[in-house]
Design a protein around this ligand. Structure first.
Ligand SMILES: [Zn+2]
Ligand SMILES: [Zn+2]
Length: 360
């Protein structure tokens, strides 16, 4: 009797274990669960180097994606913070999507909180040149910045505590032949209404705008201004999207605000860094490690390692070499060489590179 019961139990177990589930078989291995990339940039000068893109669009202006997609893209690509900057005065999809100028922020916020992406409430003041387009960050009510007169828009944004970025100053649709600083920009600058300038936007770099930043103590920024799908737009195999590196005390919204108003930014696009001398120097020094390994009376050899995603293209009067990103260079230098290099892809002015001496 007992044997029969045991046999019956085994049979039942056998059936439940081996029977084919014909209703619903899950295949989680197909999902892209841990797709977040790491952006290797060093923390410098006691700050955290936060990876930020402060310029992008959704269906709430002339972009083609829903706001939560911007958060997912940012997470996948390893960013810390984003601002969705839909055009305040221009919303061609208005009839189809409804909502108002605050909608993209409100819809994206819960997703940003879920994914630990810092989302900044913002909008793009979209006017003809001058003064052109400006992103206003840290707004409380983007709708209120939708005014008839552009000066009123700036006044309202400033009243809300906005940080104002002059976008794509050399964009050909507004400035066909030049990248020009107008009287209106002097007016805004004197009122503290140009906190930053995009020296890089989408796929364009405006070296002269970096000169303005350095001469007038304005923060250089770099941004995607993405309207479509980011992974379709950029070559993310070999590069990151353009971004602004923010040197923040902590990884949170308040620290980003403090760092931005203190001009602690580096524009990062392609393999180029643009910004203040002391930040780029600290970035280089924190990324690079040098070991001597062979010496005779004529020359000395070194292994130079680079722990960052930015390659460094060094050039001196008699020696040029690149320290590859996340790699190392083997370099032999004559004992009488002059230890003065420029780093060709690190810009401290529009046409001026960072100079360094290697710590040999
Ligand atoms: Zn724009
Ligand atoms: Zn834009």
């Amino acid at each position: 009797m007992k044997t029969k019961i045991v046999t019956a139990i085994f049979l039942l177990m056998g059936i439940s274990v081996f029977a084919q589930n014909v209703n619903n078989i899950q295949m989680p291995e197909l999902l892209n669960n841990n797709s977040r990339k790491t952006i290797n940039v060093p923390n410098i000068l006691g700050y955290q180097t936060l990876k930020c893109d402060f310029h992008m669009h959704t269906v709430f202006s002339d972009g083609i994606v829903w706001p939560t997609v911007r958060v997912d893209e940012a997470w996948n690509e390893g960013l810390d913070a984003i601002a969705i900057t839909d055009h305040i005065e221009r919303n061609p999809s208005k009839q189809d999507v409804g909502g108002d100028d605050n909608s993209s922020y409100e819809i994206a916020l819960p997703r940003a909180q879920q994914k630990n992406i810092i989302l900044i409430h913002a909008g793009e003041i979209t006017r003809s040149m001058p003064p052109g387009h400006f992103n206003a960050l840290f707004l409380k009510n983007t709708q209120a910045v939708d005014t008839e007169n552009w000066r009123d828009a700036f006044t309202e944004a400033k009243k809300q505590g906005a940080y104002l970025i002059w976008n794509h100053p050399g964009w050909k649709a507004q400035q066909p032949d030049t990248c020009l600083w107008w009287d209106e920009h002097t007016e805004l600058y004197n009122k503290g209404m140009i906190n930053a300038i995009e020296v890089f936007n989408e796929k364009e770099w405006y070296p002269i705008a970096l000169d303005w930043c350095m001469d007038k103590n304005i923060a250089p920024h770099s941004a995607s201004d993405i309207h479509g799908i980011n992974s379709e737009m950029y070559n993310l195999e070999d590069y990151h999207r353009p971004m602004t590196l923010v040197l923040a005390k902590e990884r949170n919204l308040e620290s980003i605000r403090e760092a931005l108003f203190a001009n602690r930014t580096i524009a990062y696009f392609g393999n180029i860094l643009a910004g203040k001398k002391e930040y780029l120097k600290a970035f280089f020094e924190a990324s690079v490690e040098i070991h001597a390994f062979n010496e005779n009376n004529k020359e000395k050899s070194y292994i130079i390692k680079n722990a960052s995603d930015v390659p460094f293209q060094l050039s001196s009067s008699n020696k040029s070499f690149t320290i590859p990103a996340n790699g190392e260079a083997l370099v032999t230098l004559p004992s009488n060489f002059k230890n003065e290099f420029v780093i060709k892809n690190l810009f401290i002015k529009g046409t001026e590179n960072l100079q360094v001496s290697l710590n040999l």
